[in-house]
Design a protein around this ligand. Structure first.
Ligand SMILES: Nc1nc2c(c(=O)[nH]1)N[C@@H](CN(C=O)c1ccc(C(=O)N[C@@H](CCC(=O)O)C(=O)O)cc1)CN2
Length: 286
């Protein structure tokens, strides 16, 4: 392995340590941030992620509010919990864990959320703010990727970033972050309809692989010295994570994020950042 590691675990730990003092300062001013989660169904991965979010909250002093519904829950039952979280004064921000079960209109659920309580940056108002360059919560995984690169001193300014995957949590939104003046990257978004994917990948200074296709990015697809972020999560027959990036890429890349231990912990940390920033905004309003 020649690539240097983009260590998400260590970076997330540093972010959480800084947040602990910010939460304490908020509490001194009478503001207690509270993160709500809504988990629908019994997908073990989603449950693990939600448990992790509440463990993080306990670590930094944020109050946890958990709501769960069975996989058979109707659109109306889910929307009733969203309304309750909108009205719950203890809950200063919340997330609806995705994906929701088949048959549920996810966009309708997200649109029903109070945008002032969107901790995930995935509400249409938050995404619209990002397009307009107005302050608001940023989508956690893209935000985590930017912070992971910054923390390790990887140059984003002027970089050509090739993104694989057009899902809402990563692929669609990361270009909006990276092309802001503050990041100043050039972004190519690739998907299943992209021609000559390998040719585009070889031009990239930074690759963000979020397609959910095991080992899609091969060593020959990567420019020597490039930074490669492995976001995709597939599982082998033993339940072990298989990322989108072939292990041999570590011999060619300059930087690589492990999976697990790279972007996942950063996603969790940036969720806490969104909750704390929202509480700080409330505290400074008026
Ligand atoms: N409402 C949302 N739903 C989903 C999001 C999101 O940002 N908002 N992203 C993903 C899941 N996710 C957070 O919810 C998430 C994914 C991975 C990790 C993580 O820490 N992973 C570990 C490995 C865990 C394992 O072994 O399975 C790691 O990478 O080290 C945290 C959060 C989809 N849904």
């Amino acid at each position: 392995m020649s690539a240097q590691i983009l260590d998400g675990k260590a970076t997330a730990a540093a972010i959480k340590s800084e947040l602990t003092s910010r939460v304490a300062a908020l509490k001194e001013r009478g503001i207690t941030p509270g993160l709500g989660t809504l988990l629908v169904g019994d997908d073990p991965g989603s449950r693990w992620y939600v448990n992790g979010k509440h463990k993080d909250c306990a670590e930094v002093g944020i109050t946890s509010i958990r709501r769960e519904l069975p996989a058979t829950a109707s659109q109306e039952e889910i929307e009733a919990v969203v309304r309750e979280l909108n009205d719950n004064p203890e809950c200063t921000g919340y997330i609806v864990q995705l994906p929701l079960p088949k048959g549920i209109d996810t966009n309708r659920v997200l649109e029903l959320m109070d945008p002032a309580k969107d901790a995930d940056g995935l509400h249409p108002t938050s995404l619209g703010r990002l397009v307009l360059g107005v302050e608001g919560p940023l989508p956690c995984t893209p935000y985590g990727i930017v912070e992971l690169l910054r923390h390790h001193g990887v140059e984003i300014n002027g970089a050509h970033v090739v993104v694989l995957g057009r899902g809402i949590t990563v692929g669609r939104s990361i270009g909006l972050l990276l092309t802001r003046k503050s990041e100043n990257a050039t972004v190519t978004l690739c998907h299943t309809g992209t021609r000559d994917l390998a040719g585009l990948l070889r031009q990239a200074d930074i690759v963000v692989a979020a397609a959910g296709v095991p080992h899609l990015v091969k060593p020959g697809d990567v420019k020597p010295g490039a930074a490669v972020l492995d976001v995709g999560v597939s599982r082998d027959e033993n339940g072990k994570i298989v990322g989108d990036v072939h292990p041999g890429v570590a011999e060619v890349a300059g930087w690589i994020s492990p999976n697990p231990g790279g972007v996942g912990p950063m996603t969790r940390a940036q969720l806490l950042v969104n909750v704390v920033e929202a509480a700080e905004r409330t505290g400074s309003a008026g």
